[in-house]
Design a protein around this ligand. Structure first.
Ligand code: GTP
Length: 241
């Protein structure tokens, strides 16, 4: 089956990679499942960027309780994304995907620094590029990193892979059993209705671009290919008319 995408950015939650069974920050089974899903898209000739969060390692919101200042907590989270990116790279390699980790915070001994034109060359050569280290600045989330890199890399779409929910709802589906899935929405809807898709900085950045965001449940890994083939699952966010 063909798809309409040339280049996409996949946003993964860090929490989706943790091991409930082994109580570790990372679970090999989960990493493998993600790697195989990414491979299924690479095999269709799509160029893939990846941004991963760090919620499996560190929650910035806890910082205040233990006396760590906000910006330091954010730097800790950014370092957490480098750990997750290296783990993802290993699992990608184990299923035969060529990939590069590029970090906005320089840690040259472990991965490449982020250089826009080099990242594009890697993508053109069929390598998956994992963008680590957030935006390189505190006070920004990995959603904002995803929006920023998707725009810089001129991606067609952001595939926002969620853990345990099918897409965007009008209320928290974990708390309200009657919450309704919203299939199509605009960036303005996210702001005005305070919908939990991505934070307002990320929305402000991407809202005038033509990049569409597909939000879907990654628990079923077939969903990655379904979204790639434009099947009617999850939610789609666009700038609207
Ligand atoms: P091209 O040869 O340009 O197509 O790309 P390449 O990435 O294969 O070549 P390069 O010589 O740049 O990199 C070879 C290996 O070294 C790759 O696995 C890179 O990820 C890695 N590498 C390149 N630069 C750095 C760096 O600054 N730090 C670290 N730790 N690894 C790097």
């Amino acid at each position: 089956m063909s798809n309409a995408y040339k280049r996409i950015l996949v946003k993964l939650s860090g929490e989706a990679l943790n091991g409930q069974k082994n109580k570790m920050i990372l679970d090999n089974e989960k990493l493998q499942v993600v790697a195989k899903a990414i491979k299924s898209m690479v095999d269709e000739g799509v160029q893939i960027c990846v941004v991963v969060g760090a919620g499996n390692i560190w929650r910035g919101k806890l910082a205040k309780d233990i006396g760590i200042e906000h910006s330091t907590a954010d730097y800790m989270g950014m370092l957490g994304t480098i750990i997750n990116s290296l783990a993802l790279q290993s699992s990608f390699e184990s299923v035969g995907i060529s990939s590069r980790v590029m970090s906005s915070i320089e840690v040259k001994a472990v991965c490449e620094p982020y250089i826009k034109r080099k990242a594009i060359r890697h993508l053109e050569k069929g390598r998956v590029v994992i963008f680590a280290g957030g935006t390189g600045n505190p006070f920004f989330t990995t959603d904002t990193t995803a929006a920023l890199r998707a725009m810089e890399m001129d991606c067609d779409s952001i595939f926002m892979a969620k853990n345990g929910v099918e897409g965007v709802y009008d209320d928290d589906p974990r708390k309200n059993a009657n919450a309704k899935l919203i299939k199509n929405l605009t960036f303005t809807d996210i702001m005005t209705q305070k919908l939990e898709v991505m934070d307002s900085t990320a929305v402000a950045l991407i809202q005038n671009s033509d990049i569409k965001i597909r939000v879907f449940n990654m628990d079923n890994t077939d969903n990655f290919l379904k979204v790639l083939h434009n099947e009617d699952i999850g939610s789609t966010v666009s700038k609207g008319e």
